[in-house]
Write a protein that binds this ligand. Sequence first.
Ligand code: ZN
Length: 493
Amino acid sequence: MNKKYLLKNATIYDGSGSNPFKGNLLINNGKIEEIGNIDNVDAEVIDIKNKALSPGFIDMHAHDDIAMFVYPDMDFKLMQGVTTNVNGNCGSGVIPHSSADIINWHPNFDGIPEWSSYGEYLELVDKSKTSIHSAFLVGHGPIRKATTGNEKRMPTQSEFDVMKAWIKEGMEEGAVGFSTGLIYEPGRYSNTEELIELSKVISSYNGVYFSHMRNEAGHLIRSIEETIRIGEEAGCSIEISHHKVSGQENWGKSVESLNSIEEARSRGLNVHSDQYPYNAGSTSLFAVVQNNAFNEKSVDGGMGSQTGDKILIAGSAKDPSLVGKTLGDLCDEYDLPEQEAAEKLLKIDSGIFVVTEGMVEDDVARILAHPTTMIGSDGVPLPGNPHPRLYGCFPRVLGKYSREEGVISMQEAIHKMTGQSAEKVNLNDRGFIRPGLNADIVIFDEDTIIDKATYEKPRAYPEGIIHVFVNGELAVEDGKQTDLRAGKVARRS
Ligand SMILES: [Zn+2]
């Protein structure tokens, strides 16, 4: 039975990007019932003491498809104020199960129940009682792995039929879109035509085409053009995943990449991007090597050139002693150049995850400030030292980029993580402080909110998150997670 709460004296950011206002808010039966000068109602009263109140944050770029089962308390997201994840990004996905375990970024499938359809998977997610909600994308990776595999060719007609049937099934079950990861296997072997053909399936469902593009470095602009073309020819909305400019030789290109987005929007296309506010990314060492990152002259690698001292080992299930060392350290230890040292490491553990510092602050800030950019953590909850975005992404935007540096206003920052995101993925029951919507609410201190997770010590909760309501009940109370597990599957409206 849900409680009634009256939240008094709040500074309300309603998620629309407009100025905050003072008011009280009544929660009843999991929904926002009323906003205004409400008083004298029979409800548990919480004095917000003029702190900020906003809709729960929506993580546009999550990789918790399997983590929802492994870590149902989802503390790393909830404690940031995230109440809804959009899972299945970068072409990773859960269907078909037999290929999903190859693609999904989680080393531990042990003890995870099997499923044979999106319907069954979603039932299991609901049953696993997570602390936050989960929307999902159909991932291109596993459906291609199961059909065309790593062959660099167009799927045959019958392979297309199978792939489209899986996408259709996911969309029928409420997926918000379709994702690709085009620096990874097997996504890198698919051409533009394949992706247009597959994306046509989602357009009649109002789905969004999300893409970790083929290249975020020397061919960034060409990749943005490909992404836009796929959405345009398929007739669907477009989201550029973790918009970034990788590799020192490419720094500054965000001017052009944002221009490309603006140009497409001026033609009437619905194009946005998401971003995590850091100058380092994180991926598998295998992908770094496969993208030829140690060859300075290589413009065809998707990540630009990388140097060993900027690559930090973040996770290795087989040799945890590697965690915390840089590839540069290991080059010295092995007396090998970067490429050979990385290949040696992959023989020790092909699943090594790394954090790679390849971006510049100017680009990060410019992309963040753009009105088409939303917030997505891209956090991957791996053992070891995961990228700090897993614990700190959202408070970092609010504390560092809004309060401290003034890159965007607090209301703009909140809009990018709430209302704008909900509208993009057609989740009409959340994202704003409005009567009738889900009471997913964050209360935080604008003067102190900040991320505390660092590359060296990533497992640190942020400061300044006071309460988090999920479905109208307290999931975080006075900065501590409660035992509430109210998360549900979030289906496209
Ligand atoms: Zn990605």
